[in-house]
Design a protein around this ligand. Structure first.
Ligand SMILES: [Zn+2]
Ligand SMILES: [Zn+2]
Length: 348
């Protein structure tokens, strides 16, 4: 993709001081925006091969999980640890809460580490991811939403990735929705080159090399090394990648169809406990649409948000600052104290 974006300084939005909204239970059936939507106007029939091919190859390669010879308990453990590590830290903490919503700040070196973790998920470069998600918040469950399930469920889950949609992939979309991200030359380079693919392949190779080394050292035979190397590659890398894809996509699909609503947000976002559990907190999606700037999606004590626990831990050791608290808390603080400066946050 070639971009020649004239980047101007990002807009600084005013701190949100909207009326306090206590969590309430909205009786079902909830009011929905529309029953059905057409495909977004700028979607073409042209298949986006640079997305379609990796998605197909990834799913096909993950089928090796059914080969008994490739199973190992250590590989299975790497799968589950990886789902939370790469999906939780890379996609949810970094791409979503840090880069998209600016829910907290951290040193650049730490942000770079988070971005490398995210790139190991093969979910696009940061600017693309951010632009698509900001547009989703702006147009949620309306015609220009890139992936509303009101078109159909499969479209919202992965269909939207397979065809070209110029409303999220042209220069003006990047200028509107990801200008702040692309001001960083490194993120511009990631956007314009195949570097994300090479980083992903390099980390896959590392999985094989680590598994081979451990297998060889433990058993003393080359074949045992090959077997464990391939096991870690399949279970720890390939299957984990596909699992994280589906968990991320479920936030767009399942969390806009199934679950309960606490707030009337003008869209169909829901709080879905299963998605929340698998995605370390992202499934409390109705809460998130109500207060996207907040670094947490937890609005009730039982809405477990693992990512925010990690953000608070990093804050306690001084690696994270300017954590945006839930609006309820922000408003209470603003009425209790004199007006003070809050971090600039994207309200989308
Ligand atoms: Zn949503
Ligand atoms: Zn969001």
């Amino acid at each position: 993709m070639s971009l020649s974006v004239e980047l101007s300084p990002p807009p600084i939005t005013a701190p949100e001081l909207l009326p306090v909204r206590e969590p309430i239970a909205i009786p079902l059936p909830v009011k929905i925006v529309k029953q059905h939507l057409p495909y977004p106007k700028q979607v073409s029939r042209r298949i986006l091969w640079r997305y379609a091919v990796p998605l197909f190859v990834g799913h096909a390669a993950a089928m090796f999980v059914f080969v008994p010879w490739l199973f190992s308990w250590s590989g299975a453990a790497l799968l589950w640890v990886g789902v939370f590590f790469y999906g939780g830290i890379g996609i949810n903490l970094c791409y979503h809460r840090l880069l998209t919503h600016r829910g907290f700040r951290c040193p650049l070196w730490l942000e770079r580490i988070f971005v490398f973790v995210a790139l190991c998920c093969l979910e696009d470069a940061p600017a693309s991811w951010v632009a698509t998600h900001r547009q989703h918040h702006n147009e949620s469950d309306h015609e220009d939403d890139p992936h509303s399930p009101l078109v159909n469920f499969l479209w919202s889950h992965l269909g939207w990735l397979l065809v070209d949609n110029t409303s999220i992939r042209n220069t003006s979309a990047f200028d509107r929705y990801a200008r702040d991200v692309l001001r960083d030359p490194f993120y511009m380079k990631l956007q314009r080159s195949l570097l994300p693919v090479w980083i992903y392949l390099a980390h896959a190779l590392l999985y094989y090399a680590a598994g081979f080394t451990v297998g060889y050292l433990v058993s003393g035979t080359v074949m045992a090394g090959v077997q464990l190397g391939l096991s870690w590659l399949v279970w720890g890398c390939l299957v984990r990648t596909v699992a994280v894809w589906h968990i991320s996509w479920s936030v767009n699909s399942l969390s806009h169809v199934f679950g309960y609503k606490t707030y009337d947000t003008g869209d169909n976002s829901r709080n879905n406990w299963l998605v929340a559990l698998l995605s370390s907190g992202e499934g409390w999606h109705n809460n998130h649409h109500e207060d996207p700037a907040s670094a947490t999606t937890r609005h009730r004590w039982w809405e477990f948000d693992l990512i925010f626990i990690l953000i608070e831990l990093l804050e306690r050791v001084g690696l994270v600052t300017h954590v945006v608290r839930p609006r309820l808390e922000r408003n209470k603080n603003s009425t209790r104290h004199a007006p003070r400066e809050e971090p600039a946050s994207h309200g989308v």
